[in-house]
Each structure stands twice: as C-alpha cells, then as structure tokens.
Design a protein around this ligand. Structure first.
Ligand code: NAP
Length: 542
C-alpha cells in the first residue's frame, strides 16, 4: 500500500514493460511479452530494426556463424518460410531477415525509432522505472528490459588531429546508409579485429590504394563460405530440430562441438590431418571444434598456433609481411577468432600495404591523411575498425539509477557483477539480455534463452500480484564466484581483449576484468533453470 492508500499494483504506468533496443534481443522480448498480454514499448536509437545488423553496414559484414544456426528458432513458421542464400549470410540479407521478422509478427507498431534512451531512474515508492529519451519525453514502466547489445558502443582511437581530416571517415559500426565507392580512391583502415578483417578483404577488391594500420595481428582462419542451393536449404530445414538440439548441447551454442581428444593423445599425423580438416571446414569449427586442450594447455595451443602461422606464411608472398601478420603475443583462440576469406591474399596485391604501427607509429592525423614516424600518407577515406566499449559501454552511456539513487556505472566501477547476467542488486525490475556475466557464444541461442527466462519470471510475478524483483547481494556474490570458477584455466581469460574488458582507447580500462561468463552453456542454463524451479528464491520478490 502506498502513502495515498493505493496498492502498488494499481499505480498507472505508461507501459507494463519497456524494452531498450530493437535488435535480435529486443524484437524477441517484445514478441514474448506481448504473448503474456503486456503493454510493451520498445525504444530504439536507430531508424530501423536490426541492432548490430542495422549499425554494422561496412562492406564485407556478415555472420561468422552458420546462418541457420544463428537465427531465431522460436517459430516453426518462420523456419519453414525463410531461405538463407549463404552458409554465412551477409549483412544486407540478415537485415532483410530481421525486417521480415518484425513485419511478420507485427512488431513495428510497438517500436519507437530514433528514440535514444538517456536515463532510467527507479522509483521505490511506485516500484516503477521512469525512462527519459534524448528528446526529453518521459515514460513510466513497471519492468525495464535492456536488449542493448554487448558490442554496440564504438570506440575511436585517441590520435592527435583526428577531427581535422577533411575527407569522409567512419567507424565500421557507424557506416553510412548510402553505398560508398572506393574505386580509384586511397583508403586507410585502422584496426585488424573481426570487423577490420571483413572490411579489408572486401574493400581490396575495388580500391585505388588500401593501407592497413595494424597494431596487433589476430589469428584469423578461413570462413569457407558457400552458397546454399534450394536442395541444400531443404535438407537444412528438415534438420532444424536436430540442429537446435545440438546447439543447445555444445559448449557455447554453436554447431561445433569440442573434440574430446587432447592434442597429445593422437599421433602427429592424426593431429595435422585433423587440423587440415578443420582449416578446410566451415566457420568456427577450427575454434570451437578443436582438441579440448587447445583452449587451456599452452603447449597444445602453441602447436596449433604454429600450424596457423605456417598457413599464413604459405599464403602471403612477402615473408616480411607474413611475419607481421602472425600474432606473437597471444595464442590461437585466446581472442575472438576473426573469420576470413582471402584476407591474407589481400596483402599480395600491389595496391595493398600493411603498416605495422609498432614499428612505424601513427603520429597524427592531418586534413589530408595520416602521418607516421616514417612517412606521410595521403588518403581520401579513413576507416576506423577500432572496436567497442564492449559489455559495459551500452549500459554506461545511459544514466541508470536504482534504489537510493545508486548509479549503475558507479556500482560497476567498484566491481562488475550481476546475477546470471540478467539482474543486478539495487536495480529492481531491471532485466538484461546478455548482460555482463551472461553466457556469450552463439548469441541468438543465448538471447532466446535469456528472453524466455525473463518472460517466465515476469509471468510468475504477475500471476502472484508481485511488483518488485531484485537479486539479493548474496545471489550476486554467489554468481560472481561461479563465474570465476567456470572461467578457471581458460587461456582466453589471461589475454587482453574486449572479452576481458580491455580497451586501450578508454580511461581506466587497461587492466583485465572478469567481464563474461566463460563456462559452458549447459552449466549456465542448469543454474538459471535451478533458480526458476526454486521459485526464484535468490531474488527478493515482493
Ligand atoms: P576488436 O576486435 O576490438 O578490434 C579492434 C581493432 O582495432 C584491433 O585490431 C585493435 O588493435 C585496433 N585498435 C583499437 N584501438 C586502436 C588504436 N588506438 N590504434 C591502433 N589500432 C587500434 O573490434 P572488432 O573488430 O570490431 O570486433 C569486435 C567483436 O565484434 C568481434 O570480436 C566479434 O565478437 C564481433 N564481430 C562479429 C562479427 C561477426 O560475427 N561476423 C564481425 C565483426 C565483429 P589491438 O588488437 O592491438 O587492440
């Protein structure tokens, strides 16, 4: 009962639930909450649906996971009617798919575009959230769900003179909506992560001169993409049930299963035959389907890395360039493996140059190009493939205040923690889809799981007239310990990358943190299911 004699349930809100983001997560969350009969609004900063696949329009952007395994599984009708044209679909096709989903399920009427959420303030008295948009409008809701992505806030390098460049320049994830013509143009790309590699191997096909500024190379492996013909699509379609069952059982939700053998229990001949087989195979097989110890045993990892180094040497004509493209500071798979298609061969073109900025640092950007220690380069375009304020950035940019005015960004500065990657103590009725310490991997699989978990909880609360859900500090601590325990021994947690929260372009983000849950999908889901089946005893439900 409130001071005015109203019950909390009677308090009027604009919406039962507000969802932030109309990407894969937000669209499905809207669909599920509508099924419960809730009045839902989605606020989306972009002008259309798609999230990641709306923003990342750079040439060459495509799935690195098999299209059919990286899409929604929830609707048989959708599975039956949608044909994928390639094993690894390109961004335009993925965006068409997500637009189709939005139209098919009549989602657009509840989505408000060009609506950037500026703040979200919790009010204990009414147990509601007040959401303010950049344009000043405000809305009240009982439940707030963040589907804001873990790689959605781009970061730019801090280089002197960066704003002075006169030509067009853009970050890969803020690409113009109009086609960009690079033919006969001088183009710079800074950054060689998954985005840079996809863009470089595409831009090099029709460009005057392409110069790549590389700080650290990555272990990149062939995507081995192919078209899907109608007969093959028919087979994929008839195997969907088994395929999704398989995805639900693998370590990170992909089609590829860790090989139960260790690198050293097979003969040398068997080992290299297996690695050749993986190198010729599709997608993440080489990363996710490798011998079980490649991810944990430095000796096994070194052998695998040496195998790939030789592949790079065999594909790049200039031995000096090949050596620059071989990572020396981390082993294979310890950072997210970018998938490539003739990426290394790009450096065999006369009009493609690799600049190792460790040897020849960038000094400044000028109105006409980039000045390095050794040379002045003139460019028509500069492309920043310099990554994201990963995991935290999409939350930090919104002023989120929970109980007693506690700011989320301050709480997470002390220590990044959550419960199941879904809830946070001091932030009642706020739910995250793929928040910090949730399971990453095959993200649409994890998204569907998170969305269904959140929906079931909201349904549980509504059936019982409950209006407030908050993870207890004990539950958050216990999840933190579980995340630590599950990540033990993984080489990837001992290397600087966005997966360990490191970003050289951001203040205070030079040290590794525990940023993600890196255990198996099975152990993640088991724990989440247990919480639900114990009637959410680890949440404070009122
Ligand atoms: P990223 O992996 O963080 O790579 C950023 C690149 O920019 C790195 O090479 C980095 O060098 C370089 N860089 C950053 N700041 C720099 C500076 N100040 N000076 C020079 N170089 C600088 O970012 P990303 O390539 O955008 O990929 C991020 C993640 O997005 C991927 O790992 C993946 O999970 C996802 N992604 C997915 C797909 C897909 O599924 N198809 C495609 C693209 C991206 P250092 O390595 O030295 O820091």
């Amino acid at each position: 009962m409130t001071a005015s004699g109203q019950t909390v349930q009677d308090i009027k809100t604009d919406y039962d639930a507000i969802v932030i983001g109309a990407g894969i997560a937000g669209l499905y969350q809207l669909y599920k909450l509508r099924e419960l009969g809730l009045n839902v609004r989605v606020f989306e900063a972009g002008t259309g649906v798609g999230g990641t696949w709306y923003w990342n329009r750079y040439p060459g952007a495509r799935f690195d996971s098999e299209s059919y395994s990286y899409a929604y599984s929830f609707s048989q009708e959708l599975l039956d009617e949608w044909d994928w044209s390639e094993h690894f679909a390109s961004q335009p096709e993925i965006l068409r798919y997500l637009q189709h989903v939005a139209n098919k399920f009549d989602l657009l009427k509840d989505i408000q575009f060009s609506s950037d959420v500026k703040s979200a303030i919790y009010d204990e008295h009414s147990r509601t959230w007040e959401i303010a948009l950049e344009n000043g409008s405000k809305y009240r809701t009982r439940f707030l769900i963040a589907g804001i992505g873990l790689l959605s806030q781009p970061t730019m390098p801090k280089i002197e003179g960066i704003a002075s460049f006169q030509g067009p320049s853009f970050h890969t994830s803020r690409w113009p909506h109009e086609p960009v013509d690079f033919s006969n143009k001088k183009v710079a790309v800074i950054g060689t992560g998954a985005s840079g590699i996809q863009a470089i191997q595409e831009i090099c096909k029709d460009v005057g001169q392409l110069t790549v500024f590389q700080r650290r190379p990555n272990w990149s492996a062939p995507l081995n993409n192919d078209k899907i013909n109608p007969e093959e699509m028919g087979k994929i379609r008839s195997g969907y049930d088994d395929m999704f069952d398989l995805c639900n059982q693998t370590q990170a939700g992909f089609l590829h299963t860790v090989d139960p053998r260790s690198t050293f229990e097979v003969t040398e001949k068997e080992r290299y035959e297996f690695w050749e087989h993986l190198y010729a195979g599709r997608g993440f097989g080489i990363w996710m389907g490798n011998f079980k110890d490649v991810a944990t045993d430095p000796k096994a990892n070194k052998l695998m890395s040496d195998f790939l180094a030789d592949k790079i040497r065999s594909r790049v004509n200039d031995p000096d360039v090949a050596e620059k493209l071989i990572p020396k500071d981390h082993g294979f798979g310890t950072r997210r493996v970018p998938m490539e298609t003739k990426y290394f061969e790009a450096y065999n073109q006369d009009n493609v140059e690799l600049v190792d900025i460790n040897e020849n640092p960038i000094e400044q950007i000028t109105p006409s190009g980039i000045v390095t220690q050794e040379k002045d380069f003139e460019f028509d375009f500069i492309i920043y493939a310099t990554g994201f304020n990963a995991i935290l950035g999409s939350y930090d940019r919104i002023n989120i205040e929970g109980t007693n005015g506690q700011k989320l960004r301050d709480q997470w500065k002390q220590e990044l923690s959550s419960f199941l990657g879904i809830q946070i103590n001091n932030f009642p009725n706020l739910f995250m889809i793929l928040g910090p310490h949730a399971l990453l991997g095959n993200n649409p699989r994890s998204i569907e799981y998170n969305v269904e978990w959140i929906t079931t909880l909201i349904d549980f609360m509504r059936e019982r007239g409950l209006t407030r859900a908050e993870a207890t500090p004990e539950a958050v601590d216990s999840w933190y310990n579980y995340v630590v325990e599950q990540g033990e021994g993984l080489l990837s947690n001992q290397i600087d990358s966005w997966m360990t929260g490191v970003n050289s372009n951001l203040e205070g983000r030079q040290k590794r943190i525990l940023a993600r849950y890196s255990g198996s999908q099975a152990s993640y889901r088991e724990r989440c299911d247990e919480v639900a089946s114990n009637s959410y005893a680890e949440l404070n439900l009122l």
